[in-house]
Design a protein around this ligand. Structure first.
Ligand SMILES: [Zn+2]
Ligand SMILES: [Zn+2]
Length: 865
């Protein structure tokens, strides 16, 4: 606890945040494996260790930290683990760059060690950043996927799924990046639009249009539509492929579009996914024209060794020379590219390992999970429905989990390690026993490694302490937070693997966040120069301002456009709150602690009722992961109800020595204590500092508030009280009066409603206020007449004055009813319409009053009293 004088005039976020970072210990946020409290385990995304936290990470971690802090205050035993998803190509590429080598220049193990070293350095930098931002991470549950303890489990999961028939190897066409020299999964194919040339050429007397002439050597058939009469004579015949001269059959297939090109297509292994479908359904030959490095194979004769692009140019030029190239047309094209390096993917056939995709299992499990927001489930379902191929999990790379399999050189038998032998590297380690089939002791280790998603998709099992065999007691986890960009990968694969390994869903709920866009509304990128880093933001406004920006920037699931204005607004809210706290503490500390009784005054009961509603709103919002809604409710209460209305209403009482002063102090204390607790998940540094000044101790040790001050009557009457005060203040302002100028006697009629404000309205408007629950008895009196001289002057000229006098002399009832003529000097004179307007005012007991109305109340101000 501190005296209010300790509160600096301006809130120094940098000093406060630094100080509280020192106060929190790692143990404060440890998950307790022995606890009987309900568990709340968060299956957090392990970032790829690039060494740098970007603004998207910051958003993600703020979202997770808010829920972690909130659930701890609600009494849950929370696990907020920190993982690192280490394996993969970007690190290999970086190592090659740093050391000026390619992966094949050094022994396999040496290269892997270089990758591990770089990864450790990067993890350390990112750990440091996460700590500086004060995230309540449970560092006792950290995992690193390249560590033996983790990838041993990845291997155990592989073996389990292999033995259960989920994993198989097969020679099959797969998406292949020839730059990365590895197979990739469908989820890793990104699509771009461009324009290509459609080349029409003479194919043994038949006109064929193709965008990929370089695949001519891989042509295995020509296909036409069965009902295309142009080709009636051709069906079932054999054609000779130009340039390469091998024979291919003409086949019929419904999927051929007669309107495209000439209506006859050449099928190559493989130009696209459709080729794979035809190849399978018609049992065609396999001819590989492109190898895994992207070079043309020996099958291509004089083109062998060329790149695909060189081969295309050479073949087209040769076609031109021999006169078979007839014409070329531009054609818009959608190209599948490698998501990591943007190289157009090839479809190559090779021996690969696959995980069976069983859509029904995935769909029913996904539907049993609560999705926040709900519509994200549709994205997963759509992706699952369109899965045509199984998941290719083998990669021809180095820095990854080795596939734990050997093959017997004697008989080809597949040899698996025992669970107790894991982890292994089959290229280094050997089986402990000779081949059970032929007794040979010579083995070849599998050199393929696993897709990194095979590591990260068992995260919910690993954090709940999976032993590789039985489903852990703490499984399933309570929440998976992740971005919508990895629904088809991380969410999809995790569900698939969890169901395969445990028969159960991995999480009770999944919270899906959007992406951060630059201020210009585009994805942040160096080339657009719209990148904002968390460091930059924190330097200028502090961690709590960043957290507020993340929390209110967008609804959960929506992309969030970065805006400095939102950050400034966050910082201004902290300033406002700080001023409220400083003022209130001065008042609270003035005298001995007040008793904890519920206050009786209307304003107090009104604020406490509003506060109860705010707690309920914020609780519901956080339970539904609607962070923006929760913070908006807090800001609205603090700014509008507390600062603008309540504090103004009770200032007079606080400055007095009335007995009811205690009620205001109690109310203020309750409001501040509650606000600190509500803000604790959002702005933990700020809430810690305010709470410490208010009550001493640490907010992170406190419970979530639960208030029971709901009072509909007090809210309704209090709303009226607040409106009355604001109307009177506006009246003063409009009348050019100082806010503290005396206002005289004000009677407020609220027919049927008894209001007792304890004198608050009077004190804060400096008026003598009387509340009356009856109907007002108002007298309407004629106070003036205004004449329209534009009509009076030209109509009556010299007689104008006399006419006006005559009108003034008429009784008020006649004037109000309207007169058409008056008697002037004995003659009747016509009065044109609009010549005058009677002005009425009101009086109570003969005294003239100004009337104002607001929300069912009538305010009568006796300004001359
Ligand atoms: Zn690539
Ligand atoms: Zn054998």
């Amino acid at each position: 606890m501190s005296s209010p004088e300790d509160l600096k005039k301006t809130y120094d976020y940098a000093e406060v945040e630094r100080r509280w970072l020192d106060q929190w210990r790692d143990e404060d946020f440890y998950f307790d494996w022995e606890s009987a409290e309900p568990r709340y385990i968060i299956d957090t995304p392990p970032p790829y260790p690039t060494g740098r936290l970007h603004i998207g990470h910051a958003l993600n971690w703020v979202y997770m930290d808010i829920v972690a802090r909130y659930k701890r205050m609600r009494g849950f035993n929370v696990m907020f683990p920190q993982g690192w998803d280490c394996h993969g190509l970007p690190t290999e590429v970086k190592v090659e760059e740093i050391h000026g080598i390619t992966k094949n220049d050094v022994p396999r193990e040496e290269f892997r060690q270089m990758c591990r070293d770089l990864t450790r350095e990067n993890i350390e930098m990112m750990r440091h950043s996460l700590r500086l931002m004060g995230f309540s991470v449970d560092w006792s549950n950290e995992y690193i996927t390249m560590d033996e303890s983790y990838f041993g489990l990845t291997q155990a999961s592989f073996l389990r799924m292999l033995q259960d028939g989920y994993i198989y190897q097969s020679e099959h066409p797969v998406n292949f990046c020839t730059r990365c020299e590895t197979a990739i999964a469908f989820a890793e194919v990104a699509y771009t639009e461009n324009t290509t040339l459609l080349n029409y050429f003479d194919f043994d007397g038949v006109e064929i249009a193709t965008t990929r002439p370089e695949l001519l050597a891989a042509c295995v058939a020509v296909a036409v539509h069965p009902e295309d009469s142009r080709y009636d004579g051709l069906k079932g015949k054999t054609l000779t492929v130009p340039i390469f001269s091998h024979p291919v059959p003409v086949i019929e297939d419904e999927a051929v579009d007669p309107a495209f090109g000439s209506g006859a297509v050449m099928i190559c292994t493989f130009g696209d996914k459709q080729d794979v479908v035809w190849w399978k359904s018609h049992n065609l030959d396999l001819r590989s024209a492109i190898d895994q490095k992207g070079s043309m194979t020996a099958l291509c004769g004089r083109y062998a060794g060329m790149t695909a692009r060189e081969c295309r140019e050479a073949i087209l030029s040769d076609m031109k020379e021999s006169g078979i190239l007839k014409r070329q047309e531009e054609l818009p094209q959608r190209v599948g590219t490698c998501w990591r390096c943007q190289t157009p993917i090839e479809i190559l056939s090779a021996r690969q390992w696959f995980v069976k995709v069983k859509p029904d299992e995935i769909i029913s499990s996904a539907k049993a999970i609560n999705w926040y927001p709900e519509h994200m489930l549709t994205r997963l379902l759509n992706w699952t429905h369109q899965m045509e191929w199984d998941w290719c999990i083998s990669r021809q790379r180095l820095f990854a989990t080795p596939i734990p399999v050997w093959f017997c050189e004697g008989c080809g038998e597949m040899i698996l390690p025992g669970p107790e032998d894991l982890p292994i590297d089959p290229t280094v380690d050997s089986p402990k026993q000779p081949c059970p089939k032929c007794g040979s002791t010579n083995f070849t280790g599998e050199t393929d490694v696993l897709d990194t998603w095979m590591d990260s998709s068992i995260s919910p099992l690993v954090i709940t302490k999976w032993d590789g065999k039985t489903t852990p007691a703490a499984y399933p986890t309570q929440l998976r937070p992740q971005g919508h960009d990895i629904i088809r990968t991380w969410a999809f694969y995790t569900i698939l693997r969890s169901v395969a390994l445990t028969g159960e869903k991995p999480w009770e709920g999944i919270m899906v966040n959007g992406m951060v866009l630059g201020e210009d509304g585009f994805k942040m990128s160096k080339s657009r120069n719209n990148v904002i880093t968390p460091d930059e933001l924190i330097d200028r406004y502090g961690v709590d301002a960043l957290r507020q920006w993340a929390a209110v920037g967008a609804a959960m699931g929506s992309d969030i456009t970065f805006s400095w204005n939102d950050v400034v607004a966050a910082s201004r809210f902290q300033t406002k709150m700080w001023n409220i706290v400083r003022f209130s503490l001065t008042q609270i500390r003035k005298d001995a602690p007040t008793s904890a009784e519920s206050p009786a005054e209307l304003a107090d009961r009104w604020l406490l009722s509003k506060l109860s509603a705010t707690v309920e709103e914020v609780t519901n919002a956080l339970d539904a992961y609607q962070y923006d809604r929760g913070l908006k409710a807090i800001r609205d209460f603090a700014w509008s109800s507390l600062a603008d209305n309540y504090l103004e209403l009770v200032k007079g009482r606080l400055y007095s020595d009335l007995p009811s002063r205690a009620g205001a102090v109690f109310t203020l204390k309750t409001a501040l204590d509650t606000l600190c607790r509500l803000l604790a998940p959002y702005t933990p540094f700020f809430a810690s500092e305010c709470y410490h000044h208010l009550a001493g101790g640490r907010i992170i040790d406190q419970k979530w508030p639960h208030l029971d001050y709901a009072d509909t009557g007090a809210e309704e009457n209090g709303n009226l009280l607040v409106s009355v005060v604001s109307v009177l203040r506006k009246y003063k302002h409009d009348a050019g009066l100082a806010l503290n100028a005396p206002l005289g006697h004000v009677t407020i009629y609220t027919p049927g409603i008894e209001i007792d404000d304890g004198g608050d309205a009077g004190r804060c408007t400096n008026a003598d206020i009387e509340w009356k629950s009856e109907e007002p008895h108002l007298d309407r009196v004629l106070s003036d007449i205004t004449f329209n001289m534009g009509i009076i002057g030209p109509t009556f000229r010299k007689e104008a004055n006399a006419v006006m006098q005559a009108i003034r002399a008429l009784p008020p009832e006649t004037l109000e009813a309207g007169v058409s003529s008056v008697m002037v000097n004995g003659s009747e004179i016509t009065v044109p319409e609009g010549a005058y307007t009677p002005v009425f005012s009101y009086a109570i007991e003969g005294e003239e009053v100004v009337l104002l109305t607001v929300g069912g109340a009538l305010l009568a101000i006796r300004t001359h009293a």
